[in-house]
Design a protein around this ligand. Structure first.
Ligand SMILES: *Cc1c(COP(=O)(O)O)cnc(C)c1O
Length: 252
């Protein structure tokens, strides 16, 4: 047990060394991708995806300098955010990157700093109400930053709005008092051609920016395709496996 142990447990030194090594590799890879794309590394945030891994891993990564984490499942995410925030003084951002059932919106509105996976006007409604409730009760102090997820290939299980419906959904988000439209998110379909999907995503984004120049965040790229994503303008890569290792089958 160490000073900041809430009962969440601390990872053993082997695990910490493991995380430190892979984090360093990913940072090096990200820097190289930025260099190849002639981009400033400061333009691309590294979001460490900690879904399925315990709060102890988040604390280890915090000690290694990480301040933003991606989660995708309730109630795992909310519980973990509470555990971590109970023992960490610095601001630490938790991003919701997974599909959100509307009945989970109340909880997400309490702990999430950013939602990457907004894909319907009904969900925008639910999150707006949830965030206002959380603001009123003092459970949060700021509005919710929102990225609209765009579906690149039409597969319904991936989530995301079809590109043709993007403008209407962006307008819906803008009409909500508690939500701030910040940009777009994409998940490239598993394939051997990430460049093609990222090119398509960048084209959709370019049209979107014509109408929403201030919503210029672009969450794109994961362990397998972050290099291509950086080349096509990503401002936030969401990296799980390459830092955490293979995900366990059962969440904490
Ligand atoms: C799990 C997840 C990631 C991380 O994927 P890796 O391939 O493990 O890096 C990124 N984005 C979303 C939306 C996810 O659900």
């Amino acid at each position: 047990m160490t000073a900041h142990d809430p009962g969440a447990g601390r990872p053993d030194p082997v695990r910490v060394a493991d995380l430190a090594g892979r984090l360093e590799q990913v940072r090096t890879r990200l820097d190289a991708a930025c260099a190849r794309a002639a981009r400033d590394p400061a333009e691309v945030d590294l979001l460490v995806v900690t879904k399925f891994f315990p709060a102890a891993d988040v604390l280890a990564l915090y000690d290694l300098g990480c301040r933003a984490f991606g989660e995708s499942r309730e109630p795992e995410a909310g519980t973990k955010a509470d555990q971590v925030r109970a023992v960490v003084d610095d601001p630490i951002a938790f991003h919701m990157i997974g599909q959100i059932q509307r009945r989970k919106a109340r909880s997400v509105g309490r702990w999430a700093d950013v939602v990457h996976s907004l894909d319907s006007a009904r969900l925008a409604d639910a999150l707006d109400v949830a965030v206002r409730t959380a603001l009123d009760s003092g459970e949060r102090s700021d509005l919710l930053d929102v990225l609209v997820q765009v579906n690149l290939d039409g597969a319904p299980d991936r989530g995301g709005v079809m590109p043709t419906d993007l403008d209407a959904l962006a307008a819906a988000v803008r009409s909500k008092r508690a939500l701030r439209l910040r940009g777009l998110m994409v998940i490239a379909p598993q394939s051997s051609t990430p460049a093609m999907w990222m090119e398509r995503a960048a084209a959709i984004r370019s049209g979107f920016l014509d109408h929403h120049p201030d919503a210029d965040e672009f969450s794109a790229g994961m362990s397998g395709d972050l290099d291509e994503a950086v080349r096509h303008g990503s401002t936030c890569v969401r990296v799980g496996t390459a830092i955490m290792g293979a995900r366990p089958l059962v969440s904490p």
